[in-house]
Design a protein around this ligand. Sequence first.
Ligand SMILES: Cc1cc2nc3c(=O)[nH]c(=O)nc-3n(C[C@H](O)[C@H](O)[C@H](O)COP(=O)(O)OP(=O)(O)OC[C@H]3O[C@@H](n4cnc5c(N)ncnc54)[C@H](O)[C@@H]3O)c2cc1C
Length: 459
Amino acid sequence: MRDSTLFAGLTDIVGNRHLLTDPESLQRFGLDRTDFWTPKPCAAVLPASVDEVRDIVRLANRHRLAIVPSGGRTGLSGGAVAANGELVLSLQRMDSILEVDTVGRSLRCGAGVVTGHVHQAARENGFYFPVDFASSGSSQIGGNVATNAGGIRVIRYGMMRHWVQGLKVVTGAGDVLDLNRGLIKNNTGLDFRQLFIGSEGILGVICEVTLGLAEPPPPGQVMVFGLPDYDALMALLGEARRQLTLSAFEFFSDNALGHVLARFDLKAPFSQRYPCYGLLEFDRNDDAALSLFRYLQEQGIRADAVISHSDEQVASLWALRENITESLSARQPWKQDIAVPIPVVPDFIRDVGGLIESEYSPLEAVWFGHVGDGNLHLNILKPATWDMEDFVAQCRRLMMSVLEKVQSCGGSISAEHGVGLLKKPFLQYSRESAEVELMRRVKAAFDPAGIMNPGKVFD
Ligand SMILES: Cc1cc2nc3c(=O)[nH]c(=O)nc-3n(C[C@H](O)[C@H](O)[C@H](O)COP(=O)(O)OP(=O)(O)OC[C@H]3O[C@@H](n4cnc5c(N)ncnc54)[C@H](O)[C@@H]3O)c2cc1C
């Protein structure tokens, strides 16, 4: 019988303890942070080395068994969901920092290292790893590479792609490739490392990662502005970029703040509420921060601002922004992670907000995101009395209109979370059919049997 020979083969590779088939494990390993699918993997396998990953992929090829590579499962687009009897391949045991090169300023680690542990290892060696976001305490470096993660400091440091110097991968065919070997200069033909970054597990398994490290930034400060509208937010962004060395420029709507204050024991930044808020992090500069506030006054913009004077204040101001996703999670929001050109942001939010109010009431739209790079997170909340099926149907209808607007302004349907299952039906709003066809052919080259995360990104 297929299952018994398959499971015996997997047990031979990883040992009995690291092949999990109990219901609790299948539930846990079969889902990411999306709530729209029922987990149904056949098993979860936990290899400890590149060779074990290679052997598992080769065995799966022989059995024509689909594999879902699994990191910290903090993904927000269903990329790590296993709902069709797939084998979940978790990298969680490949969690060692393998080498820190303090001269070359790089760090090599297993793909299963938690992102926050890379931050810590960089710090302990006098460096800084800048890719950071609210889930970095649970997400893994392999997952960050596979999603080309962004986060809060992209405006200054770029996305994950910018920091990946080398990858050791097992392709869907079971070949081990050492891509770029951590080199800075290597012009020797096509750079397959770049294909694996953002590939969402459809080409193969990322096993080891070499990351560049940055100089630690000078001491920073955080300011939160309460603002009358999104035009004021963009005026603030333009002037802040002129006057300050920014490392983050985030925004959130007033109802996003309301959800955070209702869920967490945090203090509101101002005695009165504003329609939207901008959060800026920058290299310490008290004078510029003051003149930024004066600039808004000169423009006739009625704003309020609070600035941090201690690490505790930095943390409590950031908590207003970083806790938004958690504060909404119990409401099972329909999430969209959109990028639009920066000049379009105010009109885009106004148009979509107006559409939701006029045609989709009582759906509630919560806006926040990394507006400094045009990245808007739109979260639609389910009314308590609606069942999930009606909610999903309404959200799909709404999303067609939203994504048509994204397409017409030259934006992207997925700024940083990836396509996964959630955005697969909408891929044509961002990519030409000729591009998707080429993606299929690239996948077939790395994964001829089509066993790597099938059904994700495209069919
Ligand atoms: C509170 C919260 C805040 C977030 N904020 C941000 C943010 O600001 N910016 C951002 O970009 N994301 C954000 N995310 C989304 C998520 O944390 C990122 O997408 C993260 O990079 C996913 O990493 P992971 O290890 O959890 O991957 P998973 O969810 O496990 O997997 C994601 C995808 O990568 C594939 N994959 C995982 N590991 C490997 C591997 N070793 N080899 C091949 N494929 C693999 C999976 O198959 C899946 O397709 C947030 C999530 C939460 C819950």
